[in-house]
Design a protein. Structure first.
Lengths: 115, 108
């Protein structure tokens, strides 16, 4: 149990375009999902907390107009990187918290490369 | 605020033991441990809750000292599959802050 999927697993896009990343909890309901970014050989940095049916909460320094988050249902959250630039290239990982438990489970991640 | 992990890296031979420490300057409610292999997402190992007992996962166990605001992860009789980067995460208002990670390399 506790499977989180992410799509796509990797994407290459041109500078100035937008990319949407989906995160789904497959076998549990997740009231809260989290989006992280990880640069090579670094730790996971929380970008935002996504709550079903309400606006996302962004961490300090994360541009909410650039990283649009939508938590449409108890099993789906999406992150859209708008007007992507090469510095946005990174490994984006979502996690989902089971509504009835404390654990957070991570999706497989999406490697974004902006050229 | 990020927890502090030590050591940064450790190299082991198969069968050897290791301890990874995680400490926080804030009072801890829970500590989450994950292992990440290169190019993959972190995999949940275990969670330790305030007032809870020591947990175990195969030959990997952990302890949580609430008074000292720290947790330790114990790798016992390490296997090649234990290689990876281990992160501890401390929880604050449902959000996790992760340490810098400890890279474990197990050699045959």
């Amino acid at each position: 149990g506790a499977v989180v999927s992410q799509h796509p697993s990797w994407v290459i896009c041109k500078s100035g375009t937008s990319v949407k990343i989906e995160c789904r909890s497959l076998d549990f309901q997740a009231t809260t999902m989290f989006w992280y970014r990880q640069f090579p050989k670094q730790s996971l940095m929380l970008m935002a907390t996504s709550n079903e049916g309400s606006k996302a909460t962004y961490e300090q320094g994360v541009e909410k107009d650039k990283f649009l988050i939508n938590h449409a249902s108890l099993t789906l959250s999406t992150l859209t990187v708008t007007s992507a630039h090469p510095e946005d290239s990174s490994f984006y990982i979502c996690s989902a918290r089971d509504s009835n438990a404390y654990e957070q489970y991570f999706g497989p991640g999406t490697r974004l490369t902006v050229t | 605020q990020q927890p502090v992990q030590s050591p940064q890296a450790v190299i082991l031979r198969e069968g050897e033991d290791a301890v990874i420490n995680c400490s926080s300057s804030k009072a801890l409610y829970s500590v989450h441990w994950y292992r990440q292999k290169h190019g993959e997402a972190p995999v949940f190992l275990m969670i330790l809750l305030k007032g809870g007992e020591q947990k175990g996962h195969e030959k990997i166990s952990a302890s949580f000292n609430e008074k000292k605001q720290q947790s330790s992860l114990y790798l016992t009789a390490s296997q090649l599959s234990y290689s990876g980067t281990y992160f501890c995460g401390t929880e604050d208002d449902y959000k996790l802050s992760f340490g810098a990670g400890t890279t474990v390399t197990v050699r045959a």
